[in-house]
Design a protein around this ligand. Structure first.
Ligand code: 13P
Length: 254
């Protein structure tokens, strides 16, 4: 499969895996994925496993991501983690504005944009998540929601920063439900998002930006999803928790 943009497939482990379990999983991934060059491979363990995982993937083709970070550089923010702290473990990516954080921690587009700017200031690439809820899709509001989220969450980024930003389209109704978007639904949302990116950052930038799909990606649906023209990778939840299924997704995508 050839596409100008290199596929990026990331595992979002969410609140799963102790440091010891994470180490075991990533050691398997390192062995099984050693020959893969066609895809940027990223794992996003919980904060408490970043140190262990970072040691194991040193000198491998697996990159490290975090699942969140503070919009602040330092200071009196109990319980928060800064970009600088992530850099210590060679974190290269950070998931921002995941729908679970938007829902449970009430994260707004404005907050996500501040975090994205803080990530760029530390040369960490943000993976900015957007996506509509089921009732919004059924109410014909998908594009309106995506437009608000994309414009709000990427506000203030320069063109250069946009090129180092990944957008993840994750329809909320497809997350953890086993109900994936059809390849046509994914392509249509991704094409719409790319159109917005062109309006915001220009026609030079938008075609170079990568847009991941997330929501019940499995080995058996990865190929069709990844072959859509505007789908440039996957953000994988449940299926990233086992080496066999995560590797299956990657091998079926190349
Ligand atoms: P699932 O793959 O479990 O549906 O989760 C998707 C997701 O939320 C990735 O960020």
């Amino acid at each position: 499969m050839t596409k100008d943009r290199k596929l990026i497939i990331a595992g979002n482990w969410k609140m799963n895996k102790t440091a010891a379990e994470a180490a075991a999983l990533v050691a398997e991934l390192k062995r099984d994925l050693a020959k893969v060059k066609e895809v940027d491979i990223v794992v996003c363990p919980p904060f408490t496993a970043l140190s262990e995982v970072s040691k194991i993937i040193l000198d491998s083709n697996i990159h490290l991501g975090a699942q969140n970070m503070s919009e602040h550089a330092r200071g009196a923010y109990t319980g928060e983690i800064s970009a600088e702290m992530l850099k210590e473990f060679s974190v290269r990516y950070v998931i921002l504005g995941h729908s679970e954080r938007r829902q449970y921690q009430k994260e707004s587009d404005e907050l996500v944009s501040k975090k994205a700017q803080a990530a760029h200031a530390a040369a960490i690439k943000p993976i900015v998540c957007v996506g509509e809820k089921l009732e919004e899709r059924e109410g014909g509001l998908t594009e309106k929601i995506l437009e608000t989220q994309v414009r709000g969450s990427l506000a203030g980024l320069t063109k250069e920063q946009a090129l180092e930003t990944i957008v993840a389209y994750e329809p909320v109704w497809a997350i953890g439900t086993g109900r994936t978007a059809t390849p046509e639904q994914a392509q249509s949302a991704h094409a719409f998002i790319r159109g917005l990116l062109a309006e915001i950052f220009g026609n030079e930038v938008a075609p170079k930006m990568r847009i991941q799909y997330g929501g019940s990606v499995k080995p058996n649906n990865a190929r069709e999803l990844m072959s859509q023209p505007d789908v440039d990778g996957a953000l994988v939840g449940g299926a990233s928790l086992e080496a066999r299924s995560f590797c299956g997704i990657i091998f079926n995508s190349i």
